[in-house]
Design a protein around this ligand. Structure first.
Ligand code: PMP
Length: 382
């Protein structure tokens, strides 16, 4: 079998597992205990916090450990809005975009209860939001703008620095769901205008159930907690720290900081190879969303005439998904694709594919062969 679903999740890198293991047994202490065992756990946690901060180019005190990007998105969006309202802010608007992950869209929608006006900006055919559109929406006082760095279905990248700069021009905070982009790009991702950012360990060869919320300290961004307890993580995220997971996340960050750019180049090469081969065999095969502005190793493909699920049945040894599988039935056309102006028919004939760390050079040819054979046969049998 060949795994091609790295947007859904990734395997833990063996180096990450190795780093975590002692913290399940010998070094099992509570990182907040005073004794030596607690102190050893605390050293593991603070070392990991430094590794996450180094990857982002921020300071460790700006890093809050959460259970993943879903929780980080919840704290970032609900927490800042609740805090600002409590402080008497008069703005009532929150802006996001239509192709966000559900863990942003649903949180933003929930703010209606607090009397917040929700603006969901469209994206163009390429999957990208229009900057002038954002500027116009910001003319009405806005608390927060939340836009993802890379989409989980199309891998399309948004012009985050520019959007965040715009938000600041209008005195709005900017949150970025970075779950899909960490460790996946050749160039370092700039945090310059970003106030809050969400990260998830299992998207870049770390463990599941751990993530990070970045909260800017200069100037300080304040966030109300969503739940209360023992005041861990400066009160923003109470609960005993999951030390093994945190240590694993830190190691995953260290690895992608060192190897990420090289890896991205290798995967970019695989993607180009795949696309070239598919399109030379079947010129009607298309890419959904921008190719230039997308993650190097990932792609969303349209195979005209054949439902993605029927294609998958022919090649069960290729682990592929439509992208909508994580939230809704794959038979329902993806809201991310339809928001780009893609018809429902085209959307169900589309799927995402991603290469990752464990993909071998020889597998690319196998993937090309399997896809072209299956598609050719299905088209011939229609
Ligand atoms: N945001 C995006 C863009 C994602 O792709 C995902 C994972 N599907 C999440 C948030 C949720 O992350 P987690 O699994 O860590 O809650």
């Amino acid at each position: 079998a060949i795994y091609l679903d790295y947007q859904a999740t990734t395997p833990c890198d063996p180096r990450v597992v190795e780093e975590m293991l002692p913290y399940f047994s010998n070094l099992f202490g509570n990182a907040h205990s005073e004794h030596a065992l607690g102190q050893q756990a605390s050293i593991g946690v603070e070392n990991a916090r430094q590794q996450v901060a180094d990857l982002l180019g921020v300071t460790p005190s700006e890093i809050v450990f959460t259970s993943g990007a879903t929780e980080a998105n919840n704290i970032a969006i609900q927490g800042t809005v609740r805090y600002l309202l409590k402080q008497g802010a008069t703005a009532r608007r929150v802006i996001t975009i239509v192709s966000e992950h559900k863990s942003v869209l649903e949180v933003v929608n929930s703010l209606a209860e607090l009397g917040i006006e929700i603006v969901t900006l469209p994206v163009n055919r390429e999957g990208i939001v229009d900057q002038e559109n954002l500027r116009k929406s910001l003319e009405i006082p806005t608390l927060l703008v939340s836009v993802m760095a890379a989409n989980n279905e199309t891998s399309v990248l948004q012009p985050i620095t520019r959007l965040a700069q715009l938000a600041h021009e209008y005195r709005a905070l900017f949150h970025c769901d970075m779950a899909q982009i960490i460790g996946k790009t050749v160039d370092r991702f700039s945090m310059e205008y970003i106030d809050l950012a969400s990260i998830s360990g299992h998207k870049f060869y770390g463990p599941k159930g751990i993530g990070t919320l970045y909260v800017r300290r200069k100037p300080r961004v304040r966030v109300s907690p969503l739940f209360y307890g023992g005041y861990q993580e400066r009160g923003l995220r109470s609960g005993t720290l999951p030390v093994p997971l945190i240590v694993g996340l830190g190691k995953a960050c260290e690895i992608v900081q060192r190897e990420g750019p090289q890896e991205a180049l290798r995967l970019q090469h695989y993607k180009n190879q795949l696309l070239q081969a598919l399109q030379s065999e079947f010129p009607r095969i298309q890419v959904n969303g921008s190719i230039e502005n997308s993650l190097p190793g990932s792609i969303n493909l349209y195979f005209p005439g054949i439902r993605a699920l029927d294609l998958f049945k022919r090649i069960p040894h290729l682990y592929l998904s439509t992208g909508s599988a994580c939230t809704i039935s794959s038979l329902v056309p993806s809201y991310v694709l339809t928001a780009m102006g893609i018809s429902a028919e085209q959307a169900v004939q589309s799927f995402r594919l991603s290469f990752g760390r464990m993909t071998k050079n020889t597998q690319v040819k196998q993937v090309i062969n399997a896809l072209t054979c299956a598609y050719g046969e299905l088209m011939a049998g229609r």
